[in-house]
Design a protein around this ligand. Structure first.
Ligand code: ZN
Length: 431
């Protein structure tokens, strides 16, 4: 069936031609209309006319969060104020808060992209979409909301938290889709189970924004809520790049299709800034192709993922990247090894008897050495008698897969804190 919001391009060749046109437009636009970009281009000795092929993107200078801070409060602005109809900001302290401007076209492009996400998730206009993410200056609520209205389904703009009301709305309005963070999805699934709502609600899909969901977390959410595992979706999103809705893992869950007709994605080694081999983990560096108010040129997102090169059975020509595997900022160094929380997560997900929540605690002891303690929750309905066995198994896998030694402590189910927003998992007490 033809998708209403899919790209106008039909083949990969058409996509590349479209991208090249967008890249040229963006570089020209930024060079002419933003003093900051012009200065960066001049320093890198590159002119808009130097961009003749897609590979020429590598001639362009990088943009980082430092540029956003330096340009606060209207960084990278490339249009006159009269064309700006909205701003969004990320959470965070003043110094770190990222603020981006949007023109009317930017807002509309974003809604179209997001509508495409609902479409790829298999939603229809009959769906009732309960939006349980934050509404305010940040992008989440507006993104899900405008995308839903553009798509044409019924939106139920409830906002986050308030589990009582979430459950009541699921029952009264028979919402079929809920959009929330994965952490909140877990809380809600536990609540659905606790209240015995499974047969009384019509929930069929969950779409998770702003935080990646681990395999074990998804399995748990599915088991508790009755939503089939293939109906759980991840929507990645960055305030700098419009907000959530710039891609989605389709029903086959091979990877996240990203909307390559709106932005280009490079995967680079955070150390050398050279492209990684296809399939290897790298930092996502994005370049927008149509964004007017605050275009991004080789913007270093700090998010880590890898490209997925296999074809998706859904037939989409939109390329895929893996789920976000962590942030290069979240990486910690323990005994000279670079470790991403996602590696711990991945190990725990593969071990039976372990729940979805964990913490990593790093300490420096009086002997001057660093120690790592991994606290992992016992799975629900699992007896503590296997704790010692599970502990040993995790320690062995950590040693085998990450090449470091750590202590493991198994703690009771639901004893580690859960939050409705992103859950903090790494505690570095090494000073
Ligand atoms: Zn697909």
């Amino acid at each position: 069936m033809k998708k209403r919001f899919d790209a106008k391009v039909r083949t990969e060749e058409e996509l590349y031609a479209f991208q090249l046109e967008g890249l040229k437009w963006t570089v020209n636009h930024a060079y002419r209309n933003s003093e900051d970009y012009r200065k960066k281009f001049n320093e890198a000795k590159v002119k808009p006319e130097d961009i003749r092929t897609l590979d020429d993107i590598r001639k362009l200078p990088f943009t980082t969060s430092k540029d956003l801070q330096a340009g606060y409060p209207f960084p990278l602005r490339s249009v006159p104020f009269e064309k700006i109809i909205r701003i969004h900001a990320s959470s965070g302290t003043t110094g770190k808060r990222k603020v981006l401007c949007y023109t009317r076209k930017d807002v509309e492009d974003w809604a179209d992209m997001f509508a495409r996400c609902y479409e790829y998730a298999g939603c229809t206009k009959e769906d009732r979409i309960q939006i349980a993410v934050g509404y305010g200056v940040w992008t989440a609520g507006w993104g899900f909301q405008n995308g839903c209205e553009r798509f044409g389904a019924m939106s139920i703009p409830l906002g986050p938290g308030n589990l009582d009301m979430q459950c009541q709305f699921l029952e009264d309005f028979q919402s079929t889709v809920i959009c929330c963070t994965a952490s909140m999805g877990l809380l809600l699934a536990e609540e659905i189970e606790k209240r015995g709502l499974k047969g009384k609600i019509a929930l069929k899909k969950m779409i998770f924004g702003s935080e990646r969901s681990s395999d074990s977390m998804r399995a748990r959410i599915s088991e508790l809520s009755g939503v089939e595992p293939q109906q759980l979706f991840d929507i990645p999103g960055l305030t700098e790049l419009y907000g959530p809705g710039t891609g989605l893992d389709c029903i086959y869950h091979i990877g996240i299709h990203y909307w390559a007709d709106y932005y280009m994605l490079e995967l680079l080694s955070p150390d050398t800034l050279e492209p990684v081999e296809p399939g290897e983990v790298g930092e996502m560096v994005v370049t927008t192709l149509r964004k007017e108010a605050a275009p991004l040129i080789r913007y270093r997102t700090r998010d880590l993922t890898r490209l997925i090169t296999e074809k998706c059975p859904c037939g989409s020509i939109m390329p895929m990247h893996d789920r976000i595997l962590g942030r290069s900022d979240d990486m910690f160094i323990f005994r000279a090894v670079n470790i991403y929380p996602s590696q711990i997560d991945h190990i725990l997900s593969g071990i039976e008897g372990v729940g979805s929540e964990y913490q990593v605690i790093l300490d420096r002891k009086s002997d001057g050495k660093d120690y790592m303690l991994i606290k992992a929750e016992r799975a629900n309905d699992t007896s503590p008698k296997d704790d010692e066995k599970v502990k040993k198994l995790i320690e062995r896998e950590v040693k085998k897969q990450i090449l470091v030694s750590g202590d493991v402590e198994i703690v009771g189910y639901a004893t580690l804190p859960r939050s409705e927003r992103k859950t903090k998992r790494v505690f570095d007490n090494r000073g």
